[in-house]
Design a binder for this molecule. Structure first.
Ligand code: AHR
Length: 503
């Protein structure tokens, strides 16, 4: 068996594990909101019509923030349609997904759902069909205590106390020609800067995310970030990055190495932000909100919106069913996000329920966990303290997209107070196991507290409502500590977590 030697030391830290790395995303898209989080006819529905079983799964997933209401949807959204008495709310065309938006869930319900689920809201404003004034109106509605028309409207709608939402996205994917109200980098940079400046006049405590590129493959990638930040550097805190991956033409090796692309994406955006910082003699750093990332089979039929006169409410859209290999990639992308904790200060797994999601539901019926649920839930639960630099010396695999890459990808977190070192590792080889040998210098005596591996001889296995548990992360009995070194065998196409605790 080929082996990889991994060296970690508690002194070599990258930065803290950030709770906001484990955010997710709820868009008015397909069945994410309606029959996803919201289903008044469901036996577990609460007074707002939210499914309690889904809330429980979101809690188990360990989601910390939820971005809302889009996504492409937000670029045509009128937030006022979604507040006040439900029977008076209008139905509207949703141009982004060729659907009808009934507006049964809006800002007030979303904030209540966030509270029930114990997550931080992350609100996006419409900078596609709307602008500075509408962003200010929404901020006034949400964050001003009272005494003005819109803050009093919120109070009349049942929320006496302001929501004090801190994280705000200045539009969504404005670089994308598919976006309603798509803009050039210069047009968007000016609008983002002016919207941000005005929003801070209402609430200086908010954190603002400018739109970066909707993919590293965009023709404008790099120049978009440079232009936008040149206009808006002082006004914003974060710049967004979005990335979706899928296996193309049976090229599993490249797919398993998707984190290589995410690594480069983060490093390129950070370098661009730092170049603008230097050129403008700015003192602060703009960091990254990786606020859409996941596996998404974008070309499949289930991702094609309706057309013509068909404008359905909550159609089945983007309902990808995830394999074990998809889950290994999701686990690998989390490793990349953690490894860049110095620059990635927030991230959102897109999305939470039904739409390219770890949680699936039947209307009025069962809810279940997809394969991708497990690496996310375990990483969110156990990554703690500081992210450590790891040096890996091991075998490589050849990929068509990224050339020769390390077969083993890993990151470590260390919680000194709890005395726990946690390794997250992916074996990207499609055929060969890897024996991982970890040099534990500097940690004192550690023992294996838990070792779990997600893999399956058939890596195309998917969970269904009838069987979501046949393939789960299973105890890895090969994990052991001997003479200051930890060892564990990692099967091909696998994701693993090894928790080592002070003996
Ligand atoms: O998450 C699905 C879609 O992907 C979002 O609406 C959009 O922002 C991105 O292109």
């Amino acid at each position: 068996m080929r082996s990889a030697v991994l060296t970690v030391d508690p002194v070599f830290t990258i930065g803290p594990v950030r709770p906001r790395t484990f955010g997710s995303f709820v868009e008015h898209l397909g069945r994410c909101v309606y029959t996803g989080i919201h289903d008044p006819s469901h036996p577990t529905a609460d007074a707002d019509g939210f499914r309690r079983d889904v809330v429980e799964l979101a809690r188990e997933l360990g989601v910390t923030t939820v971005r809302y209401p889009g996504g492409n949807f937000v670029s045509g959204y009128r937030w006022e349609d979604g507040v006040g008495p439900r029977e008076q709310r209008p139905a509207r065309l949703d141009l982004a997904w060729h659907s009808t938006e009934p507006n049964l869930v809006g800002v007030d319900e979303y904030v209540r759902w966030c509270r029930t689920a114990g997550v931080e809201p992350m609100m996006a404003v419409n900078l596609g069909t709307r602008g500075v004034q509408e962003a200010l109106d929404l901020l006034e509605y949400c964050n001003v205590p009272g005494g003005t028309r819109l803050s009093d409207l919120r109070r009349a709608n049942g929320a006496d106390e302001p929501y004090r939402i801190r994280m705000w996205c200045l539009g969504n994917e404005m670089d994308g020609p598919w976006q309603t109200g798509h803009k050039t980098a210069h047009e968007y940079g000016r609008l983002a800067a002016e919207t941000a400046r005005a929003m801070r006049m209402i609430d200086p405590g908010i954190e603002l995310v400018a739109c970066g590129s909707s993919g590293r493959g965009m023709a404008t990638f790099g120049t978009w970030e440079h232009t936008v930040l040149t206009e808006a550097y002082d006004q914003v805190d974060l710049i967004s990055a979005h990335a979706y991956y899928h296996e193309e033409d049976g090229d599993l090796a490249s797919f398993l190495a998707s984190a290589v692309d995410m690594d480069r994406f983060v490093e390129d955006v950070a370098a661009t932000a730092d170049a603008v910082r230097a050129a403008g003699n700015h003192s602060k750093r703009v960091n990254i909100s990786f606020d859409e990332w996941n596996v998404w089979y974008i070309d499949r039929a289930e991702s094609q919106p309706p057309s013509g006169d068909d404008w359905p409410v909550a159609p089945v859209l983007l309902e990808d069913r995830y394999t074990v290999a998809d889950a290994v990639v999701v686990g690998g992308l989390l490793i990349s996000l953690l490894r860049h904790t110095d620059r990635v200060h927030a991230a959102s797994l897109a999305q939470l329920v039904n739409v390219i999601a770890p949680i699936m539901t039947e209307p009025g019926g069962r809810a279940w966990r997809q394969t991708t649920f497990h690496p996310f839930a375990l990483t969110s639960r156990h990554a703690a303290g500081q992210v450590l630099r790891v040096a890996v010396d091991g075998p490589t695999v050849q990929t068509a997209k990224y050339g020769e890459v390390a077969a083993l990808d890993a990151v470590a977190t260390y919680d000194d107070a709890a005395g726990e070192l946690v390794l997250f590792a992916v074996n990207r080889s499609t055929t060969e196991p890897v024996a991982l040998d970890v040099d534990l210098r500097g940690f004192g005596e550690l023992a294996v507290a838990e070792a779990l591996t997600l893999s399956n001889p058939d890596h195309t296995w998917t969970a269904t409502a009838d069987d979501s548990t046949s393939v789960l992360p299973r105890p890895n009995a090969t994990a052991a500590v001997r003479a200051g070194r930890a060892g564990v065998e990692l099967p091909p196409v696998s994701w693993s977590m090894v928790r080592l605790a002070r003996a």
